[in-house]
Design a protein. Sequence first.
Lengths: 121, 107
Amino acid sequence: EAQLVESGGGLVQPGGSLRLSCAASGFTFSTYWMHWVRQAPGKGLAWVSRINSEGSSTSYADSVKGRFTISRDNAKNMLYLQMNSLRVEDTGVYYCARPAVPGTSNAMDVWGQGTTVTVSS
Amino acid sequence: SFELTQPPSVSVSPGQTGSITCSGDKLGDKYVCWFQQKPGQSPVLVIYQDSKRPSGIPERFSGSNSGNTATLTISGTQAVDEADYYCQAWDSRIGYVFGTGTRVTVL
């Protein structure tokens, strides 16, 4: 069974940094594009970033462009999100998600349980 | 920027049919997914490519997409269907966009 487990969330001051990790298991990680999606407290879902299966192509939401970096280690079945210059509005639950079909980017059918990021002084 | 608008809430009686709309400019030209999210849980994909159901999703969930509006329909609504629902669209120009979300109440 495909499974994603996020970690690395926590409390950080504005302007600080945090690195989120997502451990994948139960599927051939290296063949899937991957996403990060976040959800502010009491709010809706918001796409953050995606990376292609090789790690050679990335894309970001305008709200995080230049501050966040997505990466992956296919040998370790790991997805990462490096978050710098964090703002209060970055607070929320961060999910990693996998599309349904290898080599495609849409229809996220496997989601992790989420890791909580709180940006506050 | 591209936006997807959903009604904040929809109420449905048990056993009845309920529909959730998702509106966006020329949405019918894009593929739409629908996600169900229950409190404290991760989202679950219930419809992809406008109208396809993933394995394990009950047949009472169906979708359509045309013009500027996509619709998720729940037939024979059950109490377990009470949740928040989000549409999501993608294309190479807009990227990945989620709708504003709709809370479905079964009463």
